[in-house]
Ligand binder design. Sequence first.
Ligand SMILES: Nc1ncnc2c1ncn2[C@@H]1O[C@H](COP(=O)(O)OP(=O)(O)OP(=O)(O)O)[C@@H](O)[C@H]1O
Ligand code: SF4
Ligand SMILES: [Mg+2]
Length: 332
Amino acid sequence: MSAVPILRIENVTKDFQIKRSALSGENLTLRAVNDVSLDVYPGETLGVVGESGCGKSTLGRTILQLTRPTQGRILFDGNDITRLSRKQLKAIRQDIQIIFQDPYSSLNPRMKVRDIIAEPLENFSSDRSAITRRVHEVMEIVKLPVAYADRYPHEFSGGQRQRIGIARAIAIRPRLIVCDEAVSALDVSVQAQILNLLKEIQRETQVALLFISHNLGVVRYLSHRVAVMYLGRVVELASEQALFENPKHPYTSALLSAIPEADYSRRGTRKYLSGDIPSPIDPPPGCPFHQRCEKVQDVCRVETPVLDALAPEHWAACHFPNVSDKGIRDGA
Ligand SMILES: Nc1ncnc2c1ncn2[C@@H]1O[C@H](COP(=O)(O)OP(=O)(O)OP(=O)(O)O)[C@@H](O)[C@H]1O
Ligand code: SF4
Ligand SMILES: [Mg+2]
């Protein structure tokens, strides 16, 4: 893995202003992403997991500059892209692409597949024959018959539509792809094919992937490192192996033990996540997880833990992190 990150997210916060009532016009602040710092390296997949509403998609959208962060910087290849003009952003869009959960709604139903895949290329080139060559090339890479180039999205299965989405994303040779729940809508067997395709593309091109999913199994399969988000914050960051085999944060342990079919269920005490996720409009004081944490102590209710390095390349934000794998087995 390269020593220089292709993407550096520095202390990014994203607030949304929500109207409390149309009558009073009073605004409330919803902090969807809270002081997140992450790096992504060329050829790496960084997984981002967490329950619904924890800010995964908002983080992805700030990277793509579909929404501007309220605070913080996002460096792509060393340049802060949060301050770019619309025109300068266009050039960056060549390097950063996105794959969505639902390819059907993100693919224009009135366009032929060849035009859908060609569209991003046309923003940067007017050489028709080179564009057609590239469209055919990427259709082969994603294993779609070139003979289908004149068909429309509705003529394809869900898995094939996701292949079209991937072909469109890679056509322009991006250096980073944000995958937002890219396989969540697919059947398990199709999921595996798409994940393998993404792995293959990454091996060939060294493209970096920011892989957002609420599905831990899928994240584990694809990611080199994993960030766990809770209420807008990164609460744990580690290599795939360290995170899944030796989670330090009680929230991560609870997420893992809630996977019914996984080996984690053999670890003795199952920790189910109880209670509701707090509202990001009115977050709890102290540790954001304290209302649901079985290890909570008084200090957790008042002091927000910071992300600390607890082992080499392993960070967690907890006053009482799990000390070892054994600690997790014993429910300590
Ligand atoms: N445009 C917006 N305006 C107001 N609030 C928003 C907006 N976009 C997201 N939010 C809120 O920000 C928080 C984070 O949402 P986000 O979609 O990033 O979560 P997520 O982790 O992607 O969830 P899911 O797993 O359901 O996709 C949620 O409370 C959501 O309601
Ligand atoms: S800081 Fe306290 S409440 Fe928060 S996760 Fe750690 S032990 Fe639980
Ligand atoms: Mg989302």
